[in-house]
Write a protein that binds this ligand. Structure first.
Ligand code: AMP
Ligand code: ZN
Length: 472
């Protein structure tokens, strides 16, 4: 496949180091709050990448960390400890917060059909490993102790800013919040590997180390968790674009200094989901979650579909109107697939199957062009292939897209066969009027119509599958 590599700034043919096998690492969530749908855009696109690589026959091993220690509110080692802030906010311990939001993260992922990586490692379970690597960096002269903390010395590298030409805006993200100068650093770009001189008297989690009681900096966890589980060479490293600097830049610095050779071949960065008012941020406390989408009656997979409609290397603007548009298109797509599930008997036409599958493969193989992948799906529906062939292709594409296409089509058929017949025409007419009112966002009228329907002995409800009518 052709994959854009942030290191070389161009699309390259993806060739894994070991034929047939892919080692893939993903920066996991910082579990001090719910994931917002921006974070989840990154995880959806990384999931598509993993599933596409598997689709092409590669054997992928994917590893992810859970950041439950060390991530400060500024990625540049300043500000408060995010986990501690979360614990204080909710009057819980850091470990309770970590468990709750880790579970919440995987529950959201499940609703979005995001596969759990093969290996998931909470940072707090790898402290010995961090100490081992930091000790080695000290021995090799890449790290120094100052004011009680251990810092990585970026002046020891030939090239530190490896992603060099990210634009100013991208780089600014890394140093966005309150830049406090740390007088202990020998060079501005140096970063903390181990804190002992905690700024936080009440820091809950501390471990013994050769440098005193303390806790790890944020960046060291990903290098160590990756190297321990995937070895000294990594094929693909993923994350949101804000991770490129300083997080991934620091990961490369410390991993390559430790290993003494190049580490990761391809860097995959997903651009941000923004709202009209700007970038979504967890630390501001005001953000959109999967639960909120559900409360508003959206199926989380509509959000997945919304993400797939655009390319991962372009920023994407979220609005309810944009999501409504995606929902309309998704519903129509399912409505087109539904009749196929009812009439899919017969032989698969292998030649047609191969031809149409190739179109999809080429779309995704071109730097994960998911929008073209969806077009390939419509091409199948428009083609002259028989229902069995079309349905088999839907199943095949959905291994990558993860939209539950066939299941939803079957559910739609089942819903259509359901009781509608004995609901009086008058009620059905009012339900249609109510749907139109909701579409126009005339909620007052929609409520009046619901009351009229109730007066006729029926209850109308919006569910993930659509409008549901029940006898009261
Ligand atoms: P965090 O939990 O803050 O460590 O972030 C988890 C992942 O979400 C990281 O890979 C970030 O780069 C990514 N991310 C953060 N904000 C956004 C956003 N608005 N859109 C897309 N990805 C994001
Ligand atoms: Zn990371």
């Amino acid at each position: 496949m052709q994959l854009y590599n942030s290191l070389s700034h161009k699309k390259e043919e993806f060739i894994p180091r070991e034929p047939g096998k892919v080692s893939m690492y993903t920066c996991g969530p910082t579990v001090y709050h719910f994931a917002h749908i921006g974070n989840l855009r990154s995880y959806i696109m990384e999931d598509i990448l993993e599933k596409y690589l598997r689709f092409t026959g590669l054997d992928v091993k994917r590893v992810m960390n859970i950041t439950d220690v060390g991530h400060l509110t500024s990625d540049g080692d300043t500000g408060d400890d995010k986990m501690l802030k979360g614990a204080k906010r909710e009057h819980k311990t850091v470990m309770e917060i970590a468990k709750f939001y880790t579970d919440a993260f995987f529950a959201d992922c499940a609703k979005l059909n995001i596969k759990t990586p093969d290996v998931v490692v909470p940072a707090t379970t790898y402290i010995d490993e961090f100490i081992k690597v930091i000790s080695s960096l000290m021995e090799k002269g890449y790290a120094y102790e100052a004011g009680g903390n251990i810092y990585f010395d970026t002046s020891k590298l030939d090239k530190y800013y490896v992603f060099g030409d990210f634009n100013e805006e991208d780089l600014a993200v890394g140093v966005r919040e309150g830049v406090e100068e740390d007088g202990n650093k020998r060079n501005k770009a140096d970063f903390v590997l181990w804190f002992t001189k905690s700024k936080f008297d009440d820091q809950e989690l501390k471990w013994e180390s050769p440098w005193g009681l303390g806790y790890p900096g944020w960046h060291i966890e990903c290098s160590c968790i990756s190297m321990k589980n995937l070895g000294e060479y990594l094929d693909i490293h993923c994350g949101g674009i804000d991770n490129a600097f300083p997080h991934h830049t620091n990961e490369i610095a410390q991993s390559e200094a430790y290993l003494g050779h190049e580490w990761c071949s391809y860097w995959f960065h997903v651009h941000h989901l923004n709202t009209n008012s700007g970038k979504m941020s967890k630390s501001s406390g005001e953000f959109l979650t999967v639960s909120l989408l559900e409360e508003k009656g959206y199926d989380p997979l509509v959000y997945r579909f919304f993400c797939l409609q655009s390319h991962y290397r372009k920023s994407l603007v979220f609005s309810w109107e944009n999501l409504d548009n995606a929902k309309t298109i998704f519903d129509k797509l399912i409505a087109k697939i539904a009749p196929l599930t009812a009439e899919a008997a017969g032989e698969i036409d292998q030649a047609e199957f191969d031809r149409l599958k190739t179109q999809f493969d080429e779309a995704l193989g071109n730097d994960l062009n998911t929008a073209m992948g969806i077009t390939a799906l419509y091409d199948v529906l428009k083609s002259k292939a028989n229902a069995a062939t079309k349905l088999a292709l839907m199943g095949e594409f959905d291994k990558v897209l993860g939209l539950d296409l066939i299941k939803k089509a079957q559910e739609k058929n089942a819903a259509n066969e359901a009781p509608a017949a004995d609901i009086p025409a008058e009620v059905l007419e009012l339900v249609e009027q109510r749907k139109a009112a909701r579409k126009e966002k005339d909620f007052a009228l929609a409520d009046q119509l619901r009351d009229k329907i109730a007066a006729l002995g029926y209850e109308v409800k919006e569910t993930r599958q659509g409008t549901e009518i029940n006898k009261l």
